[in-house]
Structure formats: C-alpha cells, structure tokens
Design a binder for this molecule. Sequence first.
Ligand SMILES: Cc1ncc(COP(=O)(O)O)c(C=O)c1O
Length: 364
Amino acid sequence: MPTTISFARGAPHPDALSGDLIAECTRLALEADATRILSYGTGNGYPPLREVLASWHGAEPGQVLITNGSLQGFVFLLESHLRPGDVVAVESPTYDRALLQLKLHGMDVLPIPLDGDGMDVEALAASCAAGRTPRLLYTIPNFQNPSGATLSAERRARLVEVCEEYDILIVEDDPYGRLRFEGEDLPGIWRIAPPGRVIFTSSFSKTVAPGLRVGYLVSPPEIAGDLAAAASRTYISPALLSEAAIHQLIVTDRLEPNIAHVTELMRERRDAMSAGMRHMPEGTAYVPPQGGFFCWLTLPEGLSADELFEPAAAAGIAYVKGSDCVLGGGERTLRLAYSGVSPAEIEEGMERLGAVFSAAAVTS
Ligand SMILES: Cc1ncc(COP(=O)(O)O)c(C=O)c1O
C-alpha cells in the first residue's frame, strides 16, 4: 500500500511551524512575566494579550475571552447561551466539528445553502419570513471551511440587515481571513454590524501553530462575563504560557512576517491543487479559493464521494466527505485540504485520486 497523502487535515504544513520563533517568544514571555504566567490566572486568559486583541477589534479587554483553541470558545457559548431545541443557522456545508457540537448540544440546526459568494442570505431571509427564525447564526465568512468560499461585500451588508430585522445573534468565525492570496480584504461583519449583534471568533492555529491552542472570542459585554464563568468552571484558566508567547510574537512585530510566510506557503499549495485538478474526471466542479486551506469539489453525476472514500483510502488518499459537513445529502462533494501537504505530494495525491475517480466514472 502506498504511503497515505492526507488531504483530510486542516492543519498547517510543518514548514509553516517555526520552533525557533516560538522558543524565542516563549523565552521573552518568561523573562517578562514568569510568575503570572506560571500561576493560575483568570478564566478569560492572559491580560496583556486580551488588551492587544481588544485593540485590534475596537473593543474593551473585558469583551475578550482567550480559550484553548477557538472551538472551545464556541462550546462555552453553546453551554452558557443556548438551550437544547434552539434554532441555530449554519452554512451548508459548514465546519464539521462546529456542526457536531451543535448536534451534541441538542440544537435545531437550520442549514442555509452556500455558493461561490458564500451564504445565500436571501434563503435565510426567506426562512425567517416563513417563521423559522434562528436565535443564532454561525458563519465562516472568509475562505470557508469546508468550501473555500468567501461571503461577498453585498451579502455581508444584507446579512447584517436581516439579522437586525429578526434579532439574530451572529457568530463570525474567522480563523482564515488573514491568509489571503489575491483580491481585496472584505469588511468584517463585526465592523459593519451595530454593537451587540456579533460575536467575533478567531484563532492562531492557522496563522502560527495549532499546538499552541490559542483562540479567542470578542463578544458583547453582556455575554462576555458568562463565557468567562464557563471557562473558569471548566479549566480554571487557559494555558497562559502559549498565550504569553503569542503576545510576545505580536508586540515584537514577528506576527505579520509569519502570516506573510504562511500565506505564501499556502498560495503555492493552492496553485499545485488547481494544477492537479486536470487529473479529475470531466464534469468535476471546483472554484479555486482566494485564500485559506481548503477547496471543495463536486463530482459529476453518478459518482459518490462517500462510496469512493474507501477506494481512495486504498490508493493512499484521505479526504473529508462532504456529507460530514451537511445535515443530509452532499454525497457528490468532498473537501480537499492542501494546507498540510507539500506541492509535490499534492501533485502525486491528485493523480492518484483522479485515477480512482476516473475509473469509477468509466463504470458508472
Ligand atoms: C472554521 C474553523 N473554526 C474553528 C476551528 C478550530 O480552531 P482551533 O484550533 O482554534 O480550535 C477550525 C479548525 O479547523 C476551523 O476550521
């Protein structure tokens, strides 16, 4: 059996992880503040980093909760602000782990279709007009996981309008937005919405290192206190050494060059994947993403990414089934992450995967 090439993991390639950089930032952090870092802290995270993140978002430090990865922050939100049976809207497809958490917490998930311009906001408006209005909307506006799609500026403005009209709290999850290969940055929903409408969440997992487990939420003050209480109940305080290392990375001006480096590595991989699409059977739909880690494929009629999962694994290729990212259906779709593999592995992997899919296309 050939060595597996995994297109399944949304993690940065080892070349994007700099041990020396993190060692240096950790050393600086301990020199500056060892006693505080090595003690229990407050549930909401390392105060100097909370101050920096608040200034990025035009918020107060009290609105910032730093968590052991941003998914943990999302779970605290579900625990402290929602009840089983609450309607939560998500893009369809959406991040599989967020979807799993919504199901585990008993939410009534409302899928909103998505295309190359992100969520179909008019479909959300239609659902609300028909009486099915979510309490919360979870969106990944930039280089979405799993589709790679970015919500257009017009749709962002319309989304805010609809959520204002129907009083829907928006969770804007943006771990990929800084990893843009081309085109202009679009205004964040947090920026264009009135205060109190949006919880912004992001992470240093994709831009620095997932093993540090540093993610954060910026929320309206009335929610922030409950989130901090949930954090304190769960783990007393998060891992302060990682947070302090990230703080040093930022204040010593090393974050931006690192983001530029990671973006370049990812752009090369996106290009390799786009080139590898020539191995796919005719009729496979693919829109090259303008940033982030993922691309999304729709196979031609008659092919099932679910059924081809095992044959692909036998050929040494792993991917995420699109059906894991939606409530029902999605069998013809799959997510390919180019983030964790080298351009050479992408070329080889796409050739192998194309052979599996093409063989099935001939017999279908
Ligand atoms: C959209 C999205 N949100 C959140 C996360 C989780 O990030 P973290 O490592 O900060 O928990 C991921 C990771 O894949 C993601 O794709």
